[in-house]
Design a protein. Sequence first.
Length: 121
Amino acid sequence: MGVTGGFPILATRDLPRLESFYRDAFGAERTYAFDAGGRDVYVALALGGSSIGIAVDDDLGTEPIGMALWLYVDDLDDAYRAALEAGGTSIAEPAPMPWGERVAQVRDPGGFVVHLGIEAD
């Protein structure tokens, strides 16, 4: 048996807020939604060649912050600005890293850290 794929699922009390953030900041496209009781309780989003899920968890005491996403982008400065304009908060502005990439960090409206990276020129 081998793993053939995978993706993260972000848990939140406010699915529309997080879906909107990833759509507005990074152009995510909804590829699937599951409705229960007249509201979406799960969505799958395509982000370039990657995907993430967002699921409603009404029992969350606080939004989780112990998980992070890494997204490679084609224009780091634009992606960073778009994330802030879409409601993210800055953790670290774009900067070169010793391993040869430029990286920025934002926190999405649900509290998740999003690393934005691009190979340095």
